[in-house]
Ligand binder design. Sequence first.
Ligand SMILES: C[S@@+](CC[C@H](N)C(=O)[O-])C[C@H]1O[C@@H](n2cnc3c(N)ncnc32)[C@H](O)[C@@H]1O
Length: 186
Amino acid sequence: MSTLRRRTFAAGLLAAPGLTAHAQVDLDVPFVVTPDHVTRAMLDLAAVKPGDFVIDLGSGDGRIVITAARHYGARGLGVEIVPDLVDKSRDHARRAGVADRAEFRVQDLFETDLQPATVVTMYLLPDVNMKLRPRLRALRPGTRIVSHDWDLGDWKPDRVVTIDVPDKAYGREKLSRLYLWTLPPR
Ligand SMILES: C[S@@+](CC[C@H](N)C(=O)[O-])C[C@H]1O[C@@H](n2cnc3c(N)ncnc32)[C@H](O)[C@@H]1O
C-alpha cells in the first residue's frame, strides 16, 4: 500500500476509453495520457538509447515504455495499479512487436524497485512526486528522470522544455512542461 492516503479519482478513471466499471481502483493519480508527441519529447529529453532501461511510474496504457522499446531500442518496465490498463499495455506491446522488451506489472508505484532504471519517467502529481523524491535521489549516478508537468520541489532540474499541446484537456496553458534531472556522481 502507498504511504500516501489514497484519493479516489473514480470519475477520471471511468471516463478513460475502454475501461469498465469493475476496474474502479483507488488511485494516487488519475489516468490521463501523455500525447504521442510529448512522449517522444520526454524520451528525447532523456536521450534514451539502446541499453537503457526505462521505468514508467503509473504507466497507463503503456505508451511511454512501448515507444522507448519500439523507437529507441530500449527495454523497459511499466508499473500500473489498474489491472485493465496493464492488460491493454501488454496487448499494445505485443501488437507493436516489443513484448520481449516492454514488461508491464500490476503494482503500486510506491513499492517498485527503481534501482534497475537508467531512466525513470513520470506523469504524476506534485505531492506524489515529492513522496517519491527520496527514492529518486538514491538512484544510480547518471540515471535520468523526466517528469511531465510537475517538478520535484527545490531539486533544481537540469533542463526544462515546453511543448505545445493545443488540445490539452487540463489546465489553462495549452502546453506541457517537461523536467529533466540527471543523478550526479556520488
Ligand atoms: C497521469 S496517468 C499517466 C499514464 C502514462 N504514464 C502516460 O504518461 O501516458 C497516471 C497513471 O498512474 C496510475 N496510478 C495511480 N496511482 C498509482 C499507484 N499508486 N501505483 C501505480 N500506478 C498508479 C493511474 O492509473 C494512471 O494510469
